[in-house]
Design a protein around this ligand. Structure first.
Ligand code: SF4
Length: 367
């Protein structure tokens, strides 16, 4: 191992070793397979992956592959549904990560998502964006967006010309922000930040502008608050995502499906009349009714692109490689689903949240 690539990956020369893994070929881990519904609750862990070398990684199909890069595990918010541990103030060894990123970009990777914790508060994010731009990799930044209330800060990001931003809009008032994140973010701050993003988007400084709202019990009755996004100079695409109960404590903020159906009955017709494009993530399709085709999950069943996930670890950063959306193995079906015409394209119900669907909430699609 005398070449620089091998040295960086093995950790010789000072850096802690960067370890690569790929998902095991195990039928039960196939999110599109029938067996996933039979497994108990199972979020993919490192045990579901095999350690591989960089050369083995480069042998995988990298056409249309996508990086997802967590720069740190630190965030200025502490969302109670989030899997990121804000206590770990560690960062990816970027110099070391750039070696496999360069090699994989030569194999065809052209797209990246940049997460954090929170990339907006990490001082090296603009440089990371610029390095990716130099490799002709188009990057979308996943952020809570609060920092963009400062035009000056946003300008530092814009200089590296990211492809876009996906801003997580967590609650509709300061009190609910505090309950959800521990931080009382005033609505006026989020509106200012989103206004700044929107003006840059309108001027063509980036191409992809999305606002993601994670639906929880705190927001389910007030989803129509999202309609103010129509007033922005250039509105974003709206994504409504069902909260994913990573931890048992997050179950407490899982929205009642009946309240959701009621809220959708007023929100969705209003959205249809607006200029806003909207899509859904992680909802059972029957809750979306005739709008089921707007579910991202429908496409995930046929999306077999390679995902290359970089994450910092105190004992050496990791690269996890999988195909498709392994997170769907956390979803299953109830008995009502047996007769449903959409079962083959429906994510089903998060296994930790099944109890909320046991009283006739589901209306299976007819053949
Ligand atoms: S009845 Fe079941 S399979 Fe059909 S759309 Fe609803 S959750 Fe999905």
């Amino acid at each position: 191992m005398n070449d620089p690539v091998s040295r960086a990956v093995s950790g010789k020369g000072g850096a802690k070793p960067l370890k690569l893994y790929k998902i095991k070929s195990e039928p039960a881990l196939d999110p599109t397979g029938q067996t996933r519904a039979l497994m108990g609750y199972h979020a993919p862990t490192l045990d579901d992956y095999l350690r591989i070398s960089l050369l083995e990684a480069l042998d995988l199909d990298m056409r249309d592959a996508e990086f997802f890069i967590d720069l740190t595990f630190f965030c200025n918010l502490k969302c109670n549904y989030c899997a990121v541990s804000s206590k770990e103030r560690i960062a990816l060894d970027w110099k070391q990560s750039l070696i496999p990123i360069k090699a994989m970009s030569l194999m065809g990777v052209r797209s990246a998502g940049l997460g954090g914790g929170e990339p907006g508060i990490y001082q090296h994010t603009p440089k990371v964006l610029q390095d990716l731009r130099d490799l002709k990799i188009e990057t979308t930044v996943f952020t809570n967006g609060i920092w963009a209330k400062s035009q000056r800060k946003l300008e530092t990001f814009m200089r590296a010309r990211p492809r876009g931003f996906m801003v997580s809009y967590k609650a509709f008032n300061e009190d609910d922000y505090k309950k959800l994140t521990g931080v009382p973010v005033p609505t006026s701050v989020m509106k200012q930040a989103l206004g700044n993003f929107s003006r840059r988007f309108q001027q063509g400084e980036f191409q992809d502008f999305k606002v993601n709202h994670v639906v929880t019990s705190l927001s389910v009755k007030n989803l129509s608050e999202m309609l103010w996004l129509m007033d922005l100079p250039s509105p974003p695409t709206m994504i409504l995502t069902m909260v994913e109960p990573h931890s048992l404590s997050a179950i407490e903020i899982y929205p009642d499906p009946r309240a959701l159906i009621k809220s959708f009955s007023s929100l969705l017709p209003a959205l249809d009349k607006s200029a806003i494009t909207y899509i859904f993530d992680s909802f059972p399709l029957c809750l979306l009714g005739e709008r089921w085709g707007k579910s991202l999950d429908v496409n995930r069943f046929i999306d077999r692109r390679t995902r290359i996930y970089f994450r910092p670890r105190p004992d050496g950063d990791q690269i996890l490689i999988h195909k498709g959306y392994q997170r769907l193995i956390q979803y299953g079906y109830l008995k009502e689903c047996d007769s449903c015409a959409k079962r083959a394209v429906c994510p089903g119900i998060h296994k930790r949240a099944m109890k909320y669907y046991k009283n006739g909430v589901l209306t299976p699609f007819q053949h």
